[in-house]
Design a protein around this ligand. Structure first.
Ligand SMILES: C[S@@+](CC[C@H](N)C(=O)[O-])C[C@H]1O[C@@H](n2cnc3c(N)ncnc32)[C@H](O)[C@@H]1O
Length: 237
C-alpha cells in the first residue's frame, strides 16, 4: 500500500484546521471568518485592512470576549484605553461594534511619524468618535504619567521583544493603571528570545493582583512577521 508522507506545511495546515474547531463563543462575523478559514485553509482577507494571520485574528476575538466580560461582570463600560492602534483602528472598531462597549474612549499612542499621521487622518476622515487624536510619542513616555485606576483597559500590542518592553510592562502592572476588572493586552515578539512566553507569564505571576486570561497557547503564540506572543490579563484586586 502506498503511504503519503505529509510535508511540514501540510501538517501545520491540519493543525490550524483542528485548532479552529476549538474556538467558542464567536460572534456571527467571527464564525463566518472561521468557516471561510476552514474551507480554504488559506489566509483569508475578510476585512479591508486585515493583514493579520489567523493567530492574531483569534487573539483579537478573545480580547473582544474578555472586554465584553469586563463590562458585563465588572461594569467596565466606560473609561479610557491607552492603545497601540493599527492605522485603521481594526481592534478598536471591532470592540466599538458592541453596544455595551460604546462608551470606551481609546487614546492611540504612536511613535512612528508615518503611522501617526495616517492614523490621525483616518480618525478624522472616518469620524471615529471613539478614538482620540493620536499622541506622537513612545508608549512609555505617556503611560509613566498615568495614575492608579486611571484606565478601563490598556492595549499594549508591541512589535518588539520582551526585553525591549519589560519596563513598559512592569510600569503598567506596578502602577495598577487599570481598574479592578479591567484588562491589559500585552504582545511582544519572540524573535531571537527563547522562552518569551514563560518569561512574560513569570513576570505577571510575580504580581498577586492579576489573573492571566485563557487564550489557548496555539493562538497566544502566533506568526506575524516574527513570532509573536499575546497575553491578556485582568486586574482582580
Ligand atoms: C502591532 S501594531 C498595532 C496593531 C493593532 N493593535 C492591531 O490590533 O492591529 C503596533 C503599532 O504601535 C507602534 N508602536 C510599537 N511600539 C511602540 C511604542 N513603544 N511606543 C509607541 N508606538 C509603538 C508601531 O509603530 C505600530 O504602528
Amino acid at each position: 500500500m502506498k503511504t503519503t508522507k505529509l510535508t511540514a506545511g501540510k501538517k501545520a495546515w491540519i493543525t490550524r484546521r483542528k485548532n479552529l474547531n476549538k474556538v467558542e463563543n464567536l460572534t456571527p462575523a467571527q464564525k463566518a471568518w472561521v468557516t471561510r478559514k476552514k474551507n480554504t485553509g488559506k489566509k483569508v482577507k475578510v476585512f479591508e485592512d486585515n493583514k493579520a494571520c489567523s493567530g492574531k485574528e483569534i487573539v483579537r476575538m478573545y480580547l473582544e470576549k474578555f472586554t465584553i466580560e469586563s463590562a458585563e461582570k465588572f461594569g467596565i463600560k466606560r473609561g479610557i484605553v491607552p492603545t497601540l492602534s493599527a492605522t485603521k483602528c481594526r481592534m478598536e472598531r471591532i470592540l466599538n461594534q458592541n453596544e455595551i462597549l460604546r462608551e470606551l474612549k481609546y487614546i492611540p499612542i504612536e511613535m512612528g511619524l508615518k503611522n501617526f499621521r495616517e492614523l490621525g487622518d483616518n480618525i478624522k476622515k472616518e469620524k471615529w468618535g471613539f478614538m482620540q487624536q493620536p499622541i506622537h510619542s513612545k508608549f512609555f513616555d505617556v503611560i509613566k504619567n498615568f495614575k492608579e485606576d486611571s484606565c478601563a483597559h490598556v492595549f499594549a500590542d508591541f512589535c518588539k521583544t520582551f526585553i525591549t518592553h519589560e519596563k513598559d510592562v512592569i510600569t503598567i502592572l506596578a502602577k495598577n493603571m487599570v481598574v479592578v476588572g479591567g484588562n491589559i493586552w500585552i504582545t511582544v515578539s519572540q524573535r531571537g528570545c527563547k522562552g518569551t512566553y514563560n518569561k512574560l507569564k513569570t513576570l505577571i505571576k510575580s504580581f498577586d493582583n492579576y489573573e492571566i486570561l485563557d487564550i489557548p497557547k496555539a493562538y497566544a503564540k502566533y506568526r506575524d512577521g516574527g513570532g509573536m506572543v499575546s497575553i491578556v490579563i485582568r486586574r482582580v484586586k
